[in-house]
Design a protein around this ligand. Sequence first.
Ligand code: NAP
Length: 685
Amino acid sequence: MTSAGKTPLLEHYLAGRWVTPADEGVPLRDASTGEEVARFSQTAPDLGAMTRHAREVGGPALRALTFHERAGLLKALGKHLGEHAAELHELSLRTGATRADGTGDIEGGIATLFAAGSVGTRELPDDTIVLDGPPVPLGKGGTFLGQHLFSARDGVMVQVNAFNFPVWGVLEKLGPGLLAGLPQIVKPAPQTAYVTERLVRLVADSGLLPAGALQLHVGSTDGLLGALTVGDHVAFTGSARTGALLRTHDAVVGGGVTLGVEADSLNCSILGPDVTPDDPEWDLFVKGVVTEMTYKAGQKCTAIRRAIVPARRADEVVEAISARLARTTVGHPAADGVRMGALVSLEQRDTVRAAVERLRASSRVAYGDPASVEVTGADAERGAFMSPVLLRAGEGASEPHDVEPFGPVSTVMTYSSVEEAVELAARGRGSLAGSVVTHDPVVARDLVRGLAPHHGRVLVLDRDDAGESTGHGVPLPTLVHGGPGRAGGGEEMGGVRGVLHLMQRSAVQGSPDMITAVTGRWTTGSRRRDDGTHPFRKSLAELRVGDTIASGSRRVSLEDIEHFAEFTGDTFYAHTDEEAARQNPLFGGIVAHGYLVVSLAAGLFVQPDPGPVLANFGVDSLRFLTPVKAGDDIAVTLTVKQITPRARADYGEVRWDAVVTNADGAPVATYDVLTLVAKTWPPAD
Ligand code: NAP
């Protein structure tokens, strides 16, 4: 922020410089006191220069890094922001958010960066492409294959964000976006843009991200989508109304710009028919509704707008929720004892009051007065304070399924059967999150199966998971966030899904050698290399994809099978009882244990002396394909499939393709052997 005369004006961050908008801007006010905090420009920055910088500087720099390197940046950034969280909290209070609200936004946002960092190192390779599944055979001769892979788009990602999470809203998109190799332009909602501006200043000051990886646009959205082109992505969070507008923009309709929409939704929580006021689930339900109504003063996209309860319990539920709401102190978010702060602005309060009026067409207010509230630590006239309002829907009410009061408002409605509860939930026409509070597994199954097609996430809450449950309204970086229909049809986060979602999936076709060359992973049918040195004698520095050893053969005897059965205790009849084994439709006589075959194969390929292979840490995809009988000869071919050095260790992972064959050359077992191999051998001092 710089001071333009008396008013601090938010600045764009463009091509590594802070740029002061040309106009005076409009005031942004403290939600609780009405004092001016900053000014927000009504002009747009030089969008051509901004997108060009992202495309020409940020994108190439990001895409030159591997996923592991990008993940390292995210973790370092998370640590840096954690050290400066106090600055963000100070500003967050001015948005009307309590300290607890701010923690969800700030520490919650930083946690998503760390989570994205972990996705980068644990679920993505130390490479710039991601293989999607195994090769697909396309010809009988094995010379023509297909391989799906994800690669980075050479575009820009524009975040258009809502006002309610000025930190989390940026960071939950930044982590997956940067991992995917997309430079980011952040466009915050005006109301809380001063928090986002500080966040971007912290990121810029850290010097951690490559130049051009993050820019800030604090101004009018005029021309924003028009500056985008094929390969670019807009990640929008906001109202369904604005989302619908963006969908029809030329850039999206015909310009090749992709659009993710995270919009509003009329989320529900359903109290199971099995729950009585004496059950722990009763309190969990009541507490859940109240928490969702009052956290962030109900300005949360996942908040419970519809509480769906059994008709015979409705009076008791309304009474219990009202009693709990009565304990919610409303006031200045920094004042002692305050549980619920202010709405973001007086305009927002007007919007919520108008929504309550619309709801009142078919529902009655059961708790709270939309027009007045007792306020602690602030002037009720100057701040955007509002009482929590609980409504009770009348018979056949339609408004609660249509109107989103984006504030501390929820409506109780009733059902008579599980089917009716599902029908009511579905009337929201697509939601981000739903919850089912029940201790009855049959009710849980029926409700979740009914709700799932209409929801992005469904929580089943009961006494068993309550202690660890993160609650109805909390989107988690490891789970998908988004929902169908009204909720926008978008999908974010969900671990690696949120990254791949932003990349291009291609099906590559070619010969095994070409697929190996393109992917860096050895593909069945492609050339092997046997230079006479056992690959177990090669360090990571010497080992190459395709290095192979074809073992000699070994006869499997009946004594081997009997010995293995006795030694391990695996005396399953197919290995020990000829008469019974003959009746087995698959074997027709005694067969060797599959694990014996794999163990004998290890004996055939292992080079026993101390050397660069440090450990075997498992096998993947083990399949026994042809039974091995006493007298059969087996041999194994082991080939280096993939080499993955570990950044912070003096060893790496080597995945070996193992094929055990019989004397006819038929595969009897196939699997991947996983080993750790020293980077150099003998090890450097
Ligand atoms: P909003 O009015 O739709 O604004 C959201 C963002 O869109 C703002 O940055 C706004 O900036 C921008 N915008 C508006 N018109 C635009 C246009 N024509 N072209 C490009 N950008 C445009 O929503 P809000 O009031 O900030 O946020 C509240 C809503 O967001 C609620 O309905 C809530 O449910 C929803 N929300 C959803 C999620 C989710 O994850 N699904 C999360 C949080 C909030 P300007 O105002 O500067 O134009």
